[in-house]
Ligand binder design. Structure first.
Ligand code: GUN
Ligand code: ZN
Length: 446
C-alpha cells in the first residue's frame, strides 16, 4: 500500500452532479493492490481522520498540490494528431481535404506505431487515463494503439474504423488480399478477430466503430449491429448529428429511418455502451431514444466551435435524461488538454443558440470529464473518481505551475472559484504527474 497526502478532489456519486465535488484541503489517498493486482483506492478522506489507521503505510507528501481523478476522454481520433488546427468550411470539407489523406497514411504499420506512441504519451501528459478512441480503417492501426496502451497501462477502448464507401480508396476498408472477400466482409471479420484478441485484456476494451452512417453501406451497418448483439459487453462508437450538411446527406442515404440517429437504432447500434460523438442537432425524440436505449453522447465542444458545427444543448440533455460526458475529439478538437475542453464546454453553454445562456458550474464541468464520463461509458465506480474501489488513476496538479495560475488560485474564495481558475488558466503545465493504476506507474507529465 502507499498513501499520498495533498489536497484531494473527488465526487460523491449519491449527489446531483453539479454539486457532487468533495474537496479535502489536507487529504490522504490510500491505494493498494486488490487480489487481481490492480491498484485501487483503499481509503480517502481528511489526513487527520485517516493517518492513525494507516500509520504503517508510507506516505508521499505533496504540499501545495491537488490530487484529482484521471480524466476520461470519451471520443478522440488517434490518426488525427497531425490534423489538429486544419481550418475548413465545416466538417465535410475538413474530412475530405485534411483528415482522409492523413488517415490513409495509417496503412503503414511503422507509421501506426510511431503515431500511437506519440498519441498515448500526449494523453498521459495531459492527465487523460481513460479514452474511447477511433483508430483508422487499417487493422494495423488498432493493434498498434492497443500495444502501446498496454505498454503504458492506459485504460483504452478502440476499434477498427468501418467505412466501405464515400471516401478515397486509401482510407476505406480493404478487401481480402486474395480477393475472395469484399471490403465490407473483410472489415467485419477483422473487427471480430480484434475483439477476440483485445477485448477485456488487461485494461483494454474493443469498440465496434462505424465511422458514421454516410461512410458505411447498409450491409456494413447491419454486420456491425450483428456483432454488437453477439458481443454485448463490447462498446460501439460513431458520430451523429454534428453538422447540417452531414445530417442532410445521412437522411438522403437512409430515408426510411425516422431520424439520422434512428438509422443507427434500425441497424441494432443503439444500446448501452454505445457512445455517439456530438449529438448537437437533436430533437427531444432523439434525446429520448438515446436515453431509452442506454446510449450516451460524447460532447466535443472544442471541435464543435472550431468546425462551426453548432452548440450541444446541455439543458435539453439534462431535461430529457440523456447521458453524456466530455471529449476532446482530437483532431477536429483543438487540444488534448481536458482543461481546454472543459473551458470550451463552458463557452458552448454560455453561447447556446439563442436559448437562455447557461452557466455550467466548474464542478459540473469537471464531473463531465471524469466521473460523469465514466458513468456514460458504463465504468462508474471503476475510473473517473477516487472513491474507495476505483482504480487508482489520478493526476497531481500544481496550481503554482505558472505565475498567473499561482496568483489567481491564491485568491480563490471557494471551491468553484478555485476549479474555475484551473479550468480557465490550465493546460498541460498544470499536470505535474499522471499516476496510472496498475503498477502505480508515475509519468512525469512535462
Ligand atoms: N464524422 C465522421 N468522421 C468524423 C471525424 O473524423 N471527425 C468528426 N469530428 N466528425 C466525423
Ligand atoms: Zn470524432
Amino acid at each position: 500500500m502507499k498513501a499520498y497526502r495533498a489536497a484531494i478532489l473527488r465526487f460523491d456519486p449519491a449527489r446531483e452532479a453539479a454539486r457532487s465535488a468533495i474537496y479535502e484541503d489536507d487529504g490522504l489517498l490510500v491505494v493498494g493492490p486488490d487480489a487481481d493486482g490492480t491498484q485501487r483506492v483503499q481509503a480517502v478522506g481528511p489526513y487527520q481522520d485517516l493517518r492513525q489507521r494507516f500509520a504503517q503505510v508510507p506516505v508521499e507528501h505533496l504540499p501545495g498540490r491537488i490530487i484529482a481523478p484521471g480524466f476520461v476522454d470519451m471520443h478522440n481520433h488517434f490518426p488525427q494528431t497531425n490534423v489538429i488546427g486544419s481550418p475548413a468550411d465545416g466538417l465535410l470539407p475538413w474530412l475530405e481535404h485534411y483528415t482522409f489523406p492523413e488517415e490513409s497514411r495509417f496503412s503503414d504499420p511503422a507509421y501506426c506505431a510511431e503515431s500511437a506512441a506519440f498519441f498515448i504519451a500526449e494523453l498521459l501528459r495531459n492527465g487523460v487515463t481513460t479514452a474511447l478512441t477511433f483508430a483508422s480503417s487499417h487493422p494495423a492501426s488498432v493493434s498498434a494503439l492497443f500495444d502501446e496502451a498496454l505498454r503504458r497501462r492506459l485504460r483504452l477502448i478502440t476499434g477498427l474504423c468501418l467505412m466501405d464507401r464515400h471516401a478515397p480508396p486509401g482510407v476505406l476498408n480493404a478487401a481480402s488480399t486474395d480477393g475472395r472477400l469484399d471490403a465490407t466482409q473483410q472489415s467485419l471479420i477483422d473487427s471480430e478477430i480484434l475483439i477476440q484478441q483485445w477485448h477485456g485484456r488487461d485494461r483494454l476494451g474493443y469498440a465496434i466503430t462505424p465511422r458514421f452512417a454516410p461512410s458505411c453501406s447498409d450491409a456494413q451497418l447491419r454486420g456491425a449491429g450483428e456483432l454488437a448483439a453477439r458481443y454485448p459487453d463490447v462498446w460501439i462508437q460513431s458520430h451523429v448529428a454534428e453538422n447540417r450538411d452531414e445530417i442532410e446527406w445521412a437522411r438522403k442515404l437512409f430515408p426510411a429511418s425516422a431520424s439520422y440517429l434512428a438509422t443507427y437504432g434500425d441497424f441494432g447500434l443503439l444500446r448501452r455502451r454505445a457512445v455517439y460523438g456530438h449529438c448537437i442537432h437533436f430533437d427531444d425524440a432523439d434525446r429520448a431514444l438515446m436515453r431509452d436505449s442506454g446510449a450516451a453522447a460524447a460532447v466535443c465542444p472544442s471541435s464543435n466551435l472550431f468546425l462551426g458545427s453548432g452548440y450541444f444543448d446541455f439543458a435539453a440533455a439534462d431535461r430529457v435524461g440523456m447521458a453524456y460526458g466530455l471529449a476532446s475529439d482530437v483532431g477536429g478538437g483543438t487540444s488534448f488538454s481536458p482543461f481546454h475542453t472543459m473551458l470550451a464546454a463552458y463557452y458552448v453553454g454560455r453561447s447556446g443558440q439563442g436559448k437562455p445562456a447557461l452557466s455550467l458550474s466548474a464542478q459540473h464541468l469537471w464531473w463531465q470529464h471524469t466521473a460523469g464520463a465514466a458513468q456514460a461509458l458504463g465504468l462508474a465506480g471503476m475510473v473517473g473518481n477516487l472513491t474507495p474501489g476505483c482504480e487508482a488513476d489520478f493526476v497531481v496538479l500544481n496550481p503554482q505551475a505558472t505565475p498567473l495560475l499561482a496568483r489567481r488560485t491564491a485568491c480563490a474564495n471557494s471551491l468553484d472559484e478555485l476549479l474555475f481558475a484551473l479550468i480557465v488558466l490550465g493546460d498541460d503545465r498544470l499536470v505535474e504527474k499522471t499516476v496510472i493504476s496498475q503498477a502505480l506507474l508515475t509519468i512525469p507529465a512535462n
